[in-house]
Design a protein around this ligand. Structure first.
Ligand code: G3P
Length: 215
């Protein structure tokens, strides 16, 4: 399973890479805005650090604007993936960019049919937003399961990025379903590593070690 960090924060990315757990990074306009730096600086820093796929999102709303932005973003580095929203215009842009050999991450996917359209248009990745579905009482993980089945049924060359992840159980459920990629906030990666019984166990070993006679 590939782990992407869903962040534009350089310290988090550096820390995650140090853990050996970062296969790629996804960003979006909200995550960039959180950094309170200009887009250019964030992109430069992220691309300098990350070898794997880095999703950078277009902000135009029409197909021509999206394609123009997408081409510029893709030209920055071989590992750039152009993130395009799942709108009618976005779908058209995905088809054009994919036909040019540019990797597209179709984002804001909330239904299996949206994912089918994106895969058919040639998207390299689809990003179902499971947390936002859970937030409105829809089972986000059911969507992931449906998308995985559809992609497998037709052998689309499209990977599923489980996105809008809120907690470690989302990672567990996605892993049990065999999702290709999960993109998570750094906090969730840290939470996955922790267990109170591990901390208690380490402390007990250290306390007992003090009782061992030393020469
Ligand atoms: O990368 C996009 C997605 O993961 C957003 O998550 O927490 O804003 O629903 P969230």
């Amino acid at each position: 399973m590939k782990f992407f960090l869903d962040t534009g924060n350089i310290d988090e990315i550096r820390e995650g890479i140090g853990m050996g757990m970062v296969d790629g990074v996804t960003t979006n306009p909200s995550l960039i805005a959180r950094e309170k730096k200009d887009f250019e600086s964030v992109v430069k820093e992220v691309l300098a650090l990350v070898d794997g796929p880095v999703s950078l999102e277009v902000v135009s709303e029409d197909v021509d604007g999206m394609v123009e932005e997408g081409r510029k973003l893709a030209a920055r580095a071989d590992n750039v993936v152009v993130k395009v929203p799942m709108t009618m215009e976005g779908l058209k842009a995905t088809k054009i960019l994919a036909d040019e050999g540019i990797a597209v991450n179709q984002t804001l996917i909330f239904s299996p049919l949206q994912a089918l359209l994106a895969a058919k248009a040639g998207a390299a990745y689809v990003s179902p937003f499971i947390g936002r579905l859970d937030d409105v009482s829809h089972d986000g993980m059911e969507l992931v399961e449906q998308i995985l089945t559809i992609i497998e049924n037709y052998a689309y060359e499209c990977e599923v990025i489980v996105a809008s992840v809120r907690h470690p159980l989302h990672v567990l459920d996605a892993a049990m379903l065999g999702a290709d990629v999960i993109t998570m906030p750094f906090k969730v990666l840290q939470q996955m590593a922790r267990h109170p019984l591990t901390d208690v166990g380490v402390q007990r070993f250290l306390d007992d070690w003090k009782k061992v006679p030393k020469k």
